[in-house]
Write a protein that binds this ligand. Structure first.
Ligand code: ADP
Length: 259
């Protein structure tokens, strides 16, 4: 059982009684476990057909392209891009279940951190014409850690920068080495985040509800997963932002990342 009590004051500010709640934590844990089980099974079951459809659309697109039917090929390419979004949503859900159940795996190896960042920047640049992704990276920096998982964080931050700077502009990705650690920052000049919401963006399912007409798609999981990965790698992640001016998301890691 989990109990919590709050004092009840009189007008003189003296405590006159306590109001308590008693919660059956076993029941809560069981409900949470059932939710995680469901989320795990559902996202796993969704993943298989989507992967198969994706393979067919890619073949179909190539066939149409070769036969010279570029209009149809473009339509299939659009389908493929939407399937990418679906795949990403499903793998975010799978990751959240893994985090909840302590099953997020890390496969550590030595790799060049800045090279990994450059590759991701090139990939991301291909997805946008309105943004210029600029790199200010400090040469070769060898790191021991999970390249895939840390890359996932970089991809999250750069794709958020693209998404939340709808008018376009520069996205500056910079890295610097100091005190046995490396810090990576992703700066955009987009909508920004107001003061009280800055800390909350790393919570799961938290999304800033916009007062503007425009709505941005998403589940509110990317930054939660990112924070978890960075914490597991022994680092920290934070944001600096002014509403309407843009945001800078940064994380720092020790050079020997172990988990
Ligand atoms: P999602 O983008 O799917 O909603 P995230 O966990 O990546 O989920 O982000 C959580 C919330 O933080 C977003 O809904 C958005 O409100 C805010 N946010 C994240 N990145 C940025 C950014 N670069 N600029 C402004 N707001 C951001």
């Amino acid at each position: 059982h989990l109990s919590a009590a709050l004092p009840v004051y009189n007008v003189q500010g003296e405590i006159v009684s306590w109001a308590g709640t008693l919660t059956d934590i076993h029941e809560q844990k069981e409900t949470q476990r059932q939710k995680d089980d469901f989320l795990g099974i559902a996202s796993h079951e969704l993943k298989t057909p989507v992967t198969s459809i994706k393979a067919y659309t890619q073949v179909l697109e190539q066939m149409l392209r070769r036969s010279g039917d570029s209009r149809k090929a473009d339509m299939v390419l659009k389908m493929d891009q939407q399937l990418n979004r679906l795949t990403n949503l499903i793998s975010d859900l799978l990751d959240v279940t893994k985090i909840h159940t302590g099953k997020l795996q890390f496969n550590n190896d030595a790799f060049d951190f800045n090279e990994m960042v450059s590759e991701i920047m090139e990939d991301m640049q291909r997805t946008t014409t309105r943004h210029v992704v600029i790199g200010r990276l400090a040469g070769t920096v060898m790191l021991y850690g999970d390249k895939f998982r840390l890359g996932q964080v970089v991809t999250n931050l750069v794709s958020n920068a693209i998404k939340y700077a709808p008018a376009g502009g520069e996205i500056i990705v910079s890295s610097r080495v100091s005190d046995g650690g490396i810090t990576l920052s992703v700066k955009d000049f987009g909508i920004g985040i107001s003061g009280d919401k800055k800390e909350r963006v790393f919570e799961q399912f938290y999304r800033v509800s916009g007062d503007k007409q425009q709505t941005f798609p998403g589940l509110g999981l990317g930054l939660y997963i990112s924070r978890e990965i960075i914490a597991r790698a022994g680092g920290r992640i934070w944001v600096e932002s002014e509403q309407g001016e843009g945001s800078t998301f940064s994380f720092s890691l020790p050079l020997t990342v172990v988990s």
